[in-house]
Ligand binder design. Structure first.
Ligand SMILES: [Zn+2]
Length: 312
């Protein structure tokens, strides 16, 4: 079979168009693009090409693009390595010069912390009461590891725990804690909150917030505290399994609204689900977290006219 030359021309244009789209941030990328363009000019003119010739030329272009991408990634990694750590401005905290009021200015990538209009957490009030679809949690005993990441205690869970809502399936990635609770309900703050962070197949985030108040000892929280790593940033993988369902309250009514991550980069488009019923933890359990993180809650943010729905 013989293919018309126009097909090859199209393939060539496509290849060059996608190369042109890539930003020419680094000197290496320009050098690497030149052979591709030169090769495109060498195409035999005046006759139709065989299928094999077309395939070989397309393959060569794809290979050149792949090499250009790899070289660019390597150069970027090298540049990042060369930047002194102190100048990367990736440090943030809950008070002082790197506290919440400064997050948006510390790093340009965190501008949303200042300029966003759907920021979290919020003081939940004036919700509309409707019949909300029940959340179908499908959690089960899972492998996990715990890391003290310098901002909170975080439990990373192996894939396979999900909840279904409005036809979407969100997979649990990790959960972590804040003290006091970041969310407020009609002005009321709680002792702590657990944020269970989920992601759907298209990368959309959904966070289930479970408020924690002083009361009975909680077996799930105890399992996490029992296995706290001794050093920051060094994950500990216990041999036991953990069922994230233990973190959910018995009653499943909830508030829901759109918001953001409550830590830099404060990315928006996050679906929030705040369970109405708090779970309990003992005073001793609350005190253990307070020893590590006496205060790791972002202040409440403006409602900015967003709609809040709540279960009847
Ligand atoms: Zn959180």
């Amino acid at each position: 079979m013989r293919l018309p030359i126009t097909l090859l021309a199209c393939a060539g244009l496509l290849a060059q168009a996608s190369l042109a789209k890539e930003p020419e941030k680094l000197p290496g990328s320009r050098v690497l693009q030149t052979p591709v363009k030169a090769e495109a000019q060498q195409k035999p003119a005046g006759r139709d090409l065989t299928e094999a010739e077309v395939a070989a030329m397309v393959k060569a272009r794809l290979e050149a693009m792949r090499k250009a991408r790899a070289a660019r990634a390597a150069a970027e990694a090298k540049a990042a390595e060369a930047t002194p750590k102190g100048k990367r401005s990736e440090h943030w905290s809950y008070d002082g010069d790197t506290g919440p009021a400064k997050w948006g200015k510390i790093n340009p990538a965190w501008a949303k912390c200042d300029s966003g209009s759907r920021q979290s957490p919020i003081d939940i009030r004036d919700g509309i009461r409707v019949d909300l679809e029940p959340i179908a949690f499908a959690y089960g005993p899972s492998g996990f590891h715990i890391v003290n990441n310098g901002h909170t205690v975080q439990v990373n869970v192996v894939p396979g725990n999900r909840f279904m809502l409005t036809g979407r399936s969100y997979e649990l990635q990790q959960f972590h804690f804040h003290r006091p609770s970041e969310e407020r309900i009609e002005g009321r703050s709680f002792d702590m909150v657990a944020h269970l962070v989920h992601k759907d197949e298209e990368g959309r985030l959904a966070v289930v917030a479970v408020l924690i108040q002083e009361g009975e000892q909680h077996p799930g929280i105890q399992a996490v505290w029992n296995n706290l790593p001794l050093e920051k940033y060094q994950p500990l993988a216990p041999v036991i399994q953990f069922d994230p369902a233990v973190m959910l309250p018995q009653r499943r009514e909830y508030y829901t609204f759109m918001g953001s991550l409550t830590t830099p980069p404060c990315e928006e488009g996050v679906l929030w689900i705040v369970m109405k019923e708090p779970i309990q933890a003992s005073r001793h359990q609350l005190d253990i977290f307070a020893r590590l993180y006496p205060m790791n809650a972002r202040p409440v943010q403006a409602h900015a006219g967003r709609l809040i729905k709540e279960s009847n």
